[in-house]
Design a protein around this ligand. Structure first.
Ligand SMILES: Nc1nc2c(ncn2[C@@H]2O[C@H](COP(=O)(O)OP(=O)(O)O)[C@@H](O)[C@H]2O)c(=O)[nH]1
Ligand SMILES: [Mg+2]
Length: 636
């Protein structure tokens, strides 16, 4: 079943006993208080839920408790709402939690709402009109300025139709939450349903989910399968952002899941205990000292946090600042998520803000660029954000890291990276998995590699090039393998470097020998050429040269590489002409005396001793010039 029409989440807000729950029942027919204790005491303690389909819009209502002791429950319900229904009783007017809930809505970035002036049956017309003026003043300059104020009475039913219409009008103005984002649902309840097992509920804040999907429970990092889904009290095949959703999960006990946990698209979000954020302190809050302890609320999670101010020792009421939040427990948040902070004790809402980097590292004195980075990324375009992220990490950043840090889809990361690469700002050093590096860092790396290659040639004039592994080691651990590879490829493309098997050499490098070395080279070659198959030992030959042994050894290497000489065993080296002669001898033998030859005959034919004969025959076997059968060789 596909979903059509709009899905809107409405959250109530307002002081206790102002008629929030009663109003939800009057609108939807469902009383949202569900706990025994709530029914007995007649107050809302935890979140309640109800649904209404009206004018093609599906409303999911989240009813919150008004009591100041349960503001933390209210917070879990209010994050993720599209529309607030601020309820103010006509006989009581504005009370402390009216203010606190309103502040919370502002801090959470709620964009629209409707104000219900409830219990109008208890006051006369004049009082109601005066209160209306007071409320207009109260919301001036906020997101609720100009919002409809509807007088209602749940008792008489007066104004309910107008209230529904006002909700519908506001709902039409709301742009829906993004469904083209990775799936995420902060959990507000977990319980067991007979015959089904574990069911979790929450507001689906991004992406979509289908029955049969695999989801990741965070911060636990457990993969679970979705057995079934409900929205609005009906079973559905999928659900999308903007819907209150109940998810039946296979493979887990309901008691292992708690409010504050999140189910999400596997691998796309990460738990965190450190984040960088913009924090705003309410004008009425006490000033906040550096390292103050607070209660941090985001999504449905609540944890104790320490606030580190990046600039200054305190934050004044009404002020804002970049902060680092160090949490006592893991939470799951994404860039752009709103949060609330409450004073540690006595508990009251003092501010809130927006997550800028959900996976921030521990601040250090050395890391002086942090505030500049946050400034760049706070208001910047996607390109600005990605470029700043890449430039801050000299090792480069991978897509696996960028997705949970930004909340973007992988395709968006790729498109942004390609754009930046085209502009010459960054380098895509590897495509899959994608690794991005600042262009300046990349060029610096290539330059250093090239300098190392040049130095190698200078220090080793008799060697053709530096072994790739040696160059890799010289680059150090601050250069990832992918970067090394890409930088080397770049140098090759620029025709600065050539690769020769396992060796890297500066393009156009020739080994130039001194006159002395040239003579030595000739002497070595001649010594082996003269010897034929009864070769002297390498040591003997080199000892007779006028140059020192180290250089002599390198010249021998050159002859071997040029294949003038051939090493057939660790001790034995032959001139290529001698080996060519031997092959010719064998072919001749085959023609005259047949293909089989025994070791003694071979010795006789070549005039060499066993010491040479055996390694030579083995060499011939390896070269497939002969094949061993028993004591004999078959000439091929
Ligand atoms: N007279 C009158 N009483 C109401 C109205 N709405 C709610 N109440 C009463 O006010 C009390 C508190 O209502 P409730 O919905 O629980 O308030 P909440 O704490 O804001 O959820 C209850 O006793 C309700 O019966 C109304 O429109 N008129
Ligand atoms: Mg209530």
């Amino acid at each position: 079943m596909t979903t059509t029409g709009k899905s809107i989440i409405v959250g109530t807000a307002g002081h206790i006993d102002h008629g929030k729950s009663t109003l939800i029942e009057a609108l939807t027919g469902t009383h949202p208080d569900r706990l025994e204790e709530e029914k007995r005491r007649g107050i809302t303690i935890d979140l309640g839920f109800a649904f209404l389909e009206e004018g093609g819009v599906r409303f999911g209502f989240v009813d919150v408790p008004g009591h100041e002791r349960f503001v933390k429950n209210m917070l879990a319900g209010t994050s993720g709402i599209d529309l607030v229904l601020l309820v103010i009783a006509a006989d009581e007017a504005i009370k402390p939690q009216t203010r606190e809930h309103f502040d919370i809505c502002k801090l959470l970035g709620v964009k629209r709402g409707v104000i219900a002036l409830s219990k109008t049956d208890l006051v006369d017309r004049n009082t109601a009109e005066l209160l209306r003026l007071e409320l207009e003043e109260f919301v001036k300059g906020s997101f609720l300025e100009g919002a409809p104020i509807v007088g209602v009475s749940a008792k008489t039913g007066g104004g309910l139709a107008l209230l529904k219409k006002a909700l519908l009008d506001e709902a039409q103005k709301i742009t829906e939450k993004k469904t083209e984002r990775y799936f995420r649902l902060p959990i507000d309840r977990s319980f067991a349903v007979k015959g089904f097992g574990t069911v979790v509920t929450g507001t689906l804040i991004s992406g979509h989910i289908a029955s049969g999907d695999e989801v990741e429970l965070l911060p636990e990092k457990r993969l679970l399968r979705v057995r079934g889904l409900q929205t609005g009290g009906k079973s559905v095949a999928h659900a999308q952002a903007g819907q209150r959703t109940a998810v039946n999960l296979a493979g887990i006990e309901y008691s292992a899941v708690q409010r504050g946990m999140v189910i999400a698209a596997p691998g796309r979000f990460r738990k965190t205990r450190r984040m960088d954020a913009r924090l705003e302190l309410l004008p009425g809050a006490p000033l906040l000292k550096n390292r103050a302890q607070v209660h941090f609320h985001a999504g449905t999670a609540e944890v104790v946090a320490e606030v580190l101010l990046y600039e200054g020792a305190e934050l004044l009421p009404g002020g804002t600042a970049f902060v680092h939040l160090r949490l006592a427990e893991d939470v799951v948040v994404a860039r752009g998520d709103r949060f609330i902070v409450r004073q540690f004790s006595p508990v009251s809402t003092i501010g809130g803000g927006e997550v800028l980097d959900p996976l921030a590292r521990r601040p250090t004195r050395k890391d002086s660029g942090r505030v500049r980075f946050l400034e760049r990324t706070e208001q910047g375009s996607r390109e600005d954000v990605l470029q700043a992220m890449v430039e801050r990490n000299i090792l480069g950043v991978s897509a696996q890291e960028i997705v949970p840090r930004t909340g973007w889809m992988e395709a968006e990361v790729r498109a942004t990276a390609d754009q930046l690469a085209r502009n010459g700002a960054i380098r895509v050093v590897s495509d899959d998995p994608m690794l991005l590096l600042a262009e300046t860092v990349f060029e610096e790396t290539a330059k250093k590699l090239f300098a190392r290659i040049e130095t190698f040639h200078k220090e080793n004039p008799l060697l053709p090039g530096i072994p790739r592994e040696e160059l890799r080691a010289a680059a150090g651990r601050r250069v990832r393998t992918e970067t090394f590879r890409a930088a080397l490829e770049e140098l090759v493309r620029q025709n600065k470097v050539t690769l020769q098997g396992d060796l890297v050499k500066k393009a156009g490098t020739q080994i130039t020998l001194t006159a002395e070395e040239l003579r030595a080279k000739e002497q070595i070659e001649q010594a082996f050429a003269r010897a034929g198959l009864t070769v002297p030992s390498v040591k003997e030959v080199l000892a007779q040269l006028a140059i020192e042994s180290k250089r002599a050894e390198k010249i021998l290497q050159i002859l071997l590489r040029e294949q003038v000489l051939v090493r057939i065993s660790p001790e034995l080296v032959f001139h290529r002409d001698a080996l060519g002669n031997l092959a010719w001898l064998l072919q001749n033998y085959k023609k005259l005396r047949g293909e089989r030859i025994a070791v003694p005959t071979f010795k006789e034919l070549t005039g060499i001793t066993r010491k040479y004969a055996i390694p030579l025959l083995e060499y011939l076997d390896r070269q497939r010039l002969t094949r061993r059968t028993g004591d004999e060789r078959v000439i091929l």
